[in-house]
Design a protein around this ligand. Sequence first.
Ligand code: DX5
Ligand code: ZN
Length: 216
Amino acid sequence: MIQVAPSLLSADFARLGEAVAMVNTSEASLIHIDVMDGMFVPNITVGFPVIKSISTIAEKPLDVHMMVSEPGRFVDRVRDAGASIMNVHWEACTHLDRVVHTIREAGMKPAVTLNPATPVMFLRDIIRELDMVLLMSVNPGFGGQKFIPNTINKVRELRRLIAESGSEAVIEIDGGVNLETAPSLIEAGADILVAGSYVFNAADSHKAISDLISLS
Ligand code: DX5
Ligand code: ZN
C-alpha cells in the first residue's frame, strides 16, 4: 500500500495549524516539511521555530527535508524541533557518511535525497545505512513544478540497488506527484509519495490523499 506525505509548502502559511489538523485526520503517514536556505536552493522557507510549533500539534511523524548546504550543522536542532526523519541532500553534504551516522545517533531516521541529475549508483556505498531514499522528481526549491519522467527509471534502479544490497531503505518521491504521475511511480516500486500542490490546492484535501492511496 502506497503511503502519502503531504508537503506543507503548498499550505496557506497563515493557517498552518489547520493544515496540520487536516493531515492529522487524513490517511497520510507523515508530514513533510521543506526547509530551504536560499543557498542550496533559490528559495527560503521555514526554520526550527516553525518546525517546533508544528511538532506540538502534529499526530504524524515529521519528515524534514533539508534543502540547505551542509545540513550536518543542524542535526541536533532538527531533532530538538521534533523531527522523526531527517532528509539530507547527497549534493549538500561533503561528508555524507558522517552526517548519516550523526542523524541516527541523534535518534532520528537518516534519509538521503538525490536531485534529478544525481545518479542512483552514487548511493551504493551508503545504502545499507539508510532508512529512506528520497528521489526528487523536480528540481528542488518550489512547489507546483512539472514531474520529470526519468524519475520512473531511477525508482526501478533504486529498487534493484536496495534488493541487491540487502538495505531496508524505503523509497520516497517528491515533486509533481498527482493522480496522473503516481500510478507509474507505484508500479516502479515507490513506497511513499510526497504531495504538496496536489493535496493543498484540492477542494477536498482528505479525498485527494485517499485517492492517491486508492491507486495502490
Ligand atoms: C520542492 C519540495 C517539495 C514540494 C513539492 O522542492 O521539496 O516537497 O512541496 O511540491 P509539489 O507536490 O507541488 O510538486
Ligand atoms: Zn520536499
